[in-house]
Design a protein around this ligand. Structure first.
Ligand code: PEP
Length: 256
C-alpha cells in the first residue's frame, strides 16, 4: 500500500513475445534481482500458453501471474477461447481486458470488454481495464471524452465493491510501442480524470481506492517521474517487460 492508500501495480505485458523455452531463464533472472521484497505489486501478463509453466518457475517469488485476454463466455463450444474459470484454476491472478491492440485488430467493443471484465471479477481475479485515445482523437481535443466513454460503457452496471477490485490502465494509443511516452503531466491529467469519473459514478472512497496505471513506452529512464505523479499508481509495461533487468528497474522505480 502506498501513501496514496491504494496498491501500486507494475504489470508487464509480454504480448506475443518470448518462447516457453525462455521462461526459466527469465524467471530465474527476475527472482534473483527482485528478491522476496519489492516496493509494489509486480505482475507478468504472459501468453496464456505460458501461464502454468511460468507460475512454476516463479515459485518462491511474490510476482503475480497474469494473461492478456479472456473469453466473454462462461464455457462450452467456443473453439480457441479460454474461460475465466480455466485461468483462475490455473493460478492466474490478473487479466488484461480491452487492450488497444485487441480493440484495433480484433474489433473488440466496449460492450464486449465489459462482459470480459465481469467474467474476470466473477472468477475472483483482477481485471486490468485498458482505456486510451488515438493520436487523431487527442489532436482533435477529444481524449477526455473518449476515455470517459470507454470507462462508462465497460463499467456499466458494475457495483462499487467490484469497481474497487478493478485496475484501470490509461494507455494513450500513440504512446504504445512507439517510444513516444506521454509527458508526466499528460499521464497525471488523464489518470486524475479517470479517478474523477469513478468518483462521479461511485463515491470518493471508491475513487481513492482504485489503482490507475499509466502505460505507453514506460522504461527504466522515465518510470520514476511517471510513477511519482499523484494519480499514477503503477504502470503497464510492454517492450521493457521483455527484459527482466528493465522490468526489475521499473518495479524499483515505484519506490516512493
Ligand atoms: C502495452 O502494450 O500495454 C504497452 C504499454 O506497450 P509499450 O510499453 O511497449 O509501449
Amino acid at each position: 500500500m502506498n501513501p496514496k492508500y491504494r496498491k501500486t501495480v507494475i504489470a508487464g505485458n509480454w504480448k506475443m513475445n518470448l518462447l516457453p523455452s525462455q521462461l526459466k531463464d527469465y524467471a530465474d533472472a527476475l527472482k534473483e534481482l527482485l528478491g522476496r521484497e519489492h516496493p509494489c505489486e509486480a505482475v507478468l501478463c504472459v501468453p496464456a500458453l505460458m501461464a502454468i509453466p511460468m507460475l512454476r518457475y516463479l515459485r518462491g517469488s511474490r510476482v503475480g501471474l497474469g494473461v492478456q485476454d479472456v473469453s466473454a463466455e462462461e464455457g462450452g463450444a467456443f473453439t480457441g477461447e479460454i474461460s475465466a474459470a480455466q485461468l483462475k484454476d490455473a493460478g492466474v491472478k490478473y487479466v488484461i481486458v480491452g487492450h488497444s491492440e485487441r480493440r484495433a485488430y480484433h474489433g473488440e467493443t466496449d460492450e464486449l470488454i465489459g462482459r470480459k471484465l465481469r467474467r474476470v471479477l466473477e472468477a475472483g481475479m483482477t481485471p486490468i481495464l485498458c482505456v486510451g485515445e488515438t493520436l487523431s482523437q487527442r489532436d482533435a481535443g477529444a481524449e477526455t471524452d473518449v476515455v470517459r466513454t470507454q470507462l462508462k460503457l465497460a463499467l456499466a452496471g458494475l457495483d462499487a465493491a467490484a469497481m474497487r477490485k478493478t485496475v484501470v490502465a490509461y494507455e494513450p494509443v500513440w504512446a504504445i510501442g512507439t517510444g513516444r511516452t506521454a509527458a508526466p503531466a499528460q499521464a497525471q491529467d488523464m489518470c486524475r480524470e479517470i479517478r474523477a469519473a469513478i468518483r462521479e459514478s461511485y463515491d470518493a472512497r471508491t475513487a481513492r481506492a482504485v489503482t490507475v496505471q499509466y502505460g505507453g513506452s514506460m522504461n527504466p529512464a522515465n518510470a520514476a517521474e511517471l510513477l511519482a505523479q499523484p494519480d499514477v499508481d503503477g504502470g503497464l509495461i510492454g517492450g521493457a517487460s521483455l527484459d527482466p533487468k528493465k522490468f526489475y528497474q521499473i518495479v524499483e522505480a515505484a519506490k516512493i
